[in-house]
Structures are given as C-alpha cells and as structure tokens.
Design a protein around this ligand. Structure first.
Ligand SMILES: NC(=O)c1ccc[n+]([C@@H]2O[C@H](COP(=O)([O-])OP(=O)(O)OC[C@H]3O[C@@H](n4cnc5c(N)ncnc54)[C@H](OP(=O)(O)O)[C@@H]3O)[C@@H](O)[C@H]2O)c1
Length: 327
C-alpha cells in the first residue's frame, strides 16, 4: 500500500481510503450492519488506514457503525468525518428534504440545511465524537459550503477545536477556488474525481491544491460503482438508492461505459487486476491526488479496492486508461 502525507498536517495516510457513506445505507438502498463492520475490518487488514464518514450518512448511522468497527483498533485508523449538513435546525442554506432512505423531491420528515455556524459545528463535533466512540477526530472537514456564515468564523471555530486537541487536521469538501483561498491554511480538500468525473483537473482546483501543498481526497473514484464494470443492465437498485432512475445508470450509459471498460480489460488481465482496481490506481496516480476514497459494502469489495494500492501500472498504461475511459 502506498502511503502519503496528508497536506501540511503531516498525517500519514494510505493512498486508498475507505469511504463509509454506503455502509450507512442512506441513499444506497440500505446496508447490512455486520457486512459493513466486516468491510471496515477487511480494509484495515489490507493496508487502508483512512476512514471517511459524515454525520449525514444515515443520520448518524455510518458514524455509529464506524465507531463500532474501530472500537478495538482506533490507533490504527486515521479517522475523518465532517460537519455542515444538519437536520436539527433550520439555519444556513436549505439543501434538500430527506427520509431515512434518501433524498426526496417533496417535503419529507427531515429538512437538511448546509450550516457552518460556529455553535452548530461545535455541537456536531460533540455528537460525532460520541457516535465514533473517540476523543479526537483526525481530519474534520466542512461537508458543503454555504452562503450565510463568514468562512473566517467557521475557520476560527475549527482552529479552536484543533487547539483544544479535539481535531488534528482541518479539511473542506466541495469547495470552489474562492472558498479554498478564503479558508487559508487547511490540510485537505475533498472533491469528486474519477475517470468519469474530471472537473477538478479542468477548473484549477487540483492544480491549486498541488501548488499549495493541500492534500486532495478524491471521492466517488468508482463513479458510485459504475467503473467496476459489475453493474449490468438488469441490476435493480433499492428504494432511495441514488443510482435508481439516474441517467448515468440508464441502459445507454451503462452500455457506453461497458464498451470503454472492455477496451482496458487487457491491461487489467495483464496485471491480474480488476477493472475497479485499474480505476482506483489511475485516480491515485494523478498528480496532486493524495487519496482515493473508495466506498465498499462488504469485505470482498473492501479487499479488492485496498489491493489497488499495490498495483503498479506503467505511465503508458495509465495514459491509455485515461484516454479510453472518459465521458
Ligand atoms: N464529501 C462529499 O460530498 C462526498 C460525496 C460522495 C462521496 N464521498 C466519500 O467518498 C466515498 C466513496 O464514494 P462513493 O461511495 O460515492 O462511491 P464509489 O467509491 O465510487 O463507489 C462505491 C460503491 O461501488 C460499489 N463497489 C465498490 N467497490 C466495489 C468492488 N470492488 N466491486 C464491485 N462494486 C464495488 C459499491 O456499491 P454496490 O455494491 O451497491 O454496487 C459501493 O458502495 C464515500 O463513501 C464518502 O466517504 C464524499
């Protein structure tokens, strides 16, 4: 497993991280808790040390499952969670309605707001620490950016948390270049990035992070599973699964992606690797990317994904993969 420093924090992280969104079930058609715990254990046993979760992932459920999974091995984990998506107060920017399955397009029991007010993120941190069963979060990230709280106020509170020892490093997610500059000295930025989602290479964010020495966590490196090549046209997605009815997972797109993946299959076969592993290896090879945060719902997926951190592809192979697989 390749290890890298996470921005100025100096924290050593595995280049393949474990993303704990799907194991919370919310927006993923539910999740099996025992499989979820086993997935976290498998990831850790195969060299992954970074686990990324968030309060919103199952309204606390993902954090609780992660807490349960790492209870007896906390010292082996770089634990990342987030703040700024709340359902206990109507302050900040309204984001969406949700029920326990997922986002709804009409009013539902929960109203989710993007809120980065100092008192709100402070209360969120305390709840996260409790759910995670720990006294310190290694990386604390603002989950989405909002328009009602000055970034300086949010940053001042995050800095205070760091001084108090409740968090070790500060990160942001889903941030524009303007946000990044306004935050000042942060350790990481977390953005969507995969073979099929290359916006940060085009909008300057990745180059900015690289120049500033900010760690970059690439989220959804498998494009929500699409790049594994294992989602066929007959796959049914459960209630609330973000892929259900999503055009990206519609028949014509699935066929287009499958055709591209077939073209890179010889590279996978040559290395006795899977398509998922090629996609992850490509992501962590991109200059400026520190970690690929890979979601996994069971030990098999977690083990397969972790092994991508040991896959060594030539510059020519990486270039071929990047040229063939794109949207
Ligand atoms: N900051 C943010 O706003 C943000 C947003 C999104 C994600 N994230 C982070 O990034 C992490 C990863 O992103 P993601 O969960 O959206 O997507 P992903 O890693 O691109 O895909 C994960 C999904 O793909 C399938 N999968 C994974 N490994 C597989 C394998 N080896 N073989 C077959 N299928 C496999 C699983 O779903 P099925 O088994 O159901 O097919 C899994 O849930 C999240 O968990 C979260 O930590 C952050």
């Amino acid at each position: 497993m390749i290890h890298r420093k996470l921005g100025p924090s100096g924290i050593e992280v595995s280049a393949v991280g474990f993303g704990a969104w799907a194991i919370g079930g919310w927006m993923w058609g539910g999740a099996d808790e025992n499989q979820a715990v086993a997935a976290v254990h498998a990831a850790l046993d195969h060299g992954v040390n970074l686990i990324d979760t968030a309060p919103i992932y199952g309204f606390g459920r993902s954090e609780e499952i992660v807490g349960r999974a790492i209870g007896d091995r906390r010292e082996r984990v770089v634990l990342a969670t987030k703040c700024g998506m709340v359902w206990d107060r109507e302050e900040g920017d309204f984001f969406f309605h949700s029920n326990d399955d997922g986002v709804t397009f009409r009013p539902a029991e929960k109203k989710v707001y993007k809120c980065l007010r100092p008192d709100s993120i402070r209360a969120e941190l305390e709840r996260s620490l409790q759910r995670l069963g720990t006294e310190q979060v290694d990386l604390y990230q603002t989950h989405w950016q909002e328009s009602t709280t000055p970034i300086a106020d949010t940053m001042a509170e995050l800095t205070k948390m760091k001084e108090e020892g409740k968090i070790r490093a500060i990160g942001v997610c889903n941030a524009s270049l303007v946000h990044l500059a306004a935050y000042g000295p942060i350790d990481s930025d977390q953005e969507k990035f995969s073979l099929l989602d290359r916006e940060i290479e085009q909008n300057g964010s990745l180059a900015y992070c690289r120049r500033q020495g900010i760690g970059l966590l690439a989220y959804s490196p498998l494009a929500n599973g699409l790049l594994t090549g294992k989602i066929g046209p007959d796959r049914q997605f459960g209630a609330g699964d973000l892929r259900r009815g999503n055009r990206r997972f519609g028949k014509s797109n699935l066929e287009q992606v499958a055709a591209m993946l077939e073209q890179i299959r010889p590279i996978a076969e040559k290395h006795r690797a899977t398509l998922a592993q090629l996609a992850i290896a490509w992501t962590i090879s991109r200059p400026g990317v520190t970690v690929a945060l890979c979601g996994a719902r069971n030990p098999q997926q977690a083990t397969e994904n972790a092994a991508a951190g040991d896959l060594s592809l030539s510059p020519e192979e990486l270039e071929t993969i990047g040229k063939i697989v794109h949207l």
